[in-house]
Design a protein around this ligand. Structure first.
Ligand code: AMP
Ligand code: ZN
Length: 392
């Protein structure tokens, strides 16, 4: 049911005949990436015209500072839009899409308010998009909406989220497993920082380190005792949930016990091995729980693992090649994998534009301009929010 509250008002909009094709401008600003794109939507196909992202560099501060992220978007979103329209000889578009939530409020509002302004100025509809819907629908842009086919399962692994979602339709999503503490990307970043790695995307730096191809150094500890959290301890048998917080304690303990609290200063070969083991332990935990949650969904007849089933892995961490291999190796052979190109795994405007197009065309929805951003917005409650407007 659509939640149209009193303060939202329907406006007469979209005299244009959208069935003949239309241009879309999309803005993503939920975290620290200001991202803008233009899409040319024609009947039966969609073409990305242009895409640009300006990321906040937080490498010196050791984490994203929300106020810095907001300021970053305020300084970048509008100029990116202006530059992109000029570059492509466009004065206006027919549909504006922007991330409404979930995410950091300051960041979200900086992009969303630009989108509202453009919608008013051009008198065109706006779609307020759910960020995670964008991640899970991404492969449908590249397959021209043919795959993944509903029902499909998505593993969304990023700096802010870790969840396994079963999607039965554009507005019908069920969370099969979620994290009980922090997100996997956040934990990979914390572990990499503890190891003395530097950069803006520390999970990516950790992956690069593990690919250095050196041998295990002589005398390297046999067992670093990395955990597999929530794994059949008393009272926690078969919990379909992830937990990543224990990994940083384990890294600190191993650093103290084996490396004299000088993990950041150990020789390169030892660091490579340490990195492989901690990344491997985190991915092992993730995969164990994905398998458990999928088996449970199979037992409930929510999915059928004996038949082909589409499986999407998206979000920044999904660009990790070791994780992709681990998933393929550990999960049922009936799965058909959709791994977006790493560029489209991390936050981007294309996924917001495409999810906006699907909401507009399939669900026939757009968003009233009185809509506010939502820091928390569960994926299984997409419609359970005010200010949706139905075109029917
Ligand atoms: P997102 O929140 O989707 O923009 O993704 C950002 C998160 O993904 C950060 O925690 C990154 O460290 C992590 N990340 C990006 N690339 C990789 C990679 N190749 N391997 C592991 N983690 C990654
Ligand atoms: Zn994301």
């Amino acid at each position: 049911m659509l939640a149209l509250v009193g303060r939202c008002c329907r406006r007469r909009l979209h005299p244009k005949n959208y069935s003949k094709g239309y241009h879309v401008l999309a803005i993503e600003s939920s975290c620290d990436d200001s991202s803008v794109c233009l899409i040319d939507r024609q009947p039966g196909k969609a073409k990305l015209i242009d895409h640009e992202t300006e990321s906040l560099d937080s490498s010196a501060v050791g984490g994203i500072v929300p106020t810095d992220a907001k300021t970053h978007h305020q300084g970048h979103v509008a100029p990116l839009v202006q530059k992109m329209l000029h570059r492509n000889g466009l004065q206006k578009v027919d549909l504006v899409c922007a991330t409404r939530g979930p995410g950091m409020m300051g960041s979200l509002s900086a992009g969303f308010n630009v989108a509202k302004g453009l919608s008013v100025a051009w008198n065109v509809p706006m779609v307020g998009v759910h960020h995670m819907l964008g991640h899970l629908l991404t492969p449908r842009f590249f397959s021209n909406r043919t795959s993944p086919e509903y029902p499909f399962v998505s593993l969304l692994v990023s700096g802010g989220h870790t969840m396994l979602v079963l999607s039965k339709g554009i507005l019908d999503h069920q969370v099969l497993a979620n994290t009980v503490d922090i997100a996997i990307g956040d934990m990979l970043d914390k572990c990499a920082r503890e190891m003395g790695l530097k950069g803006n995307m520390l999970g990516k730096e950790l992956e690069r380190l593990t690919q250095s191809g050196v041998k295990i150094p002589a005398g390297f500890p046999e067992d670093l005792q990395f955990p597999n959290p929530l794994y059949n301890q008393q009272g926690r048998v078969n919990v379909p949930a992830f937990s990543f917080a224990p990994f940083i304690s384990a890294v600190k303990r191993a650093s103290k016990v084996h490396f004299n609290d000088q993990l950041d200063k150990i020789p390169h070969e030892a660091k490579v091995e340490f990195g492989k083991q901690i990344q491997g332990a985190i991915f092992h935990h993730l995969t164990t729980k994905v398998l458990l949650a999928m088996n449970q969904a199979h037992s409930r007849n929510d999915i059928d693992l004996e038949k082909p089933l589409d499986f999407v892995a998206s979000g920044g961490v999904a660009s990790n090649q070791t994780l992709r291999r681990t998933l393929k190796h550990s999960l049922p052979k009936t799965l058909r994998y959709h791994f977006p190109d790493p560029k489209w795994c991390t936050d981007n405007a294309l996924m917001i534009g495409w999810a906006g197009i699907e909401l507009w065309e399939q669900a026939r929805l757009h968003t009233d301009l009185a809509a506010l951003n939502k820091a928390k917005w569960p994926i299984d409650q997409i419609l359970n929010l005010d200010c949706w407007i139905s075109r029917d």
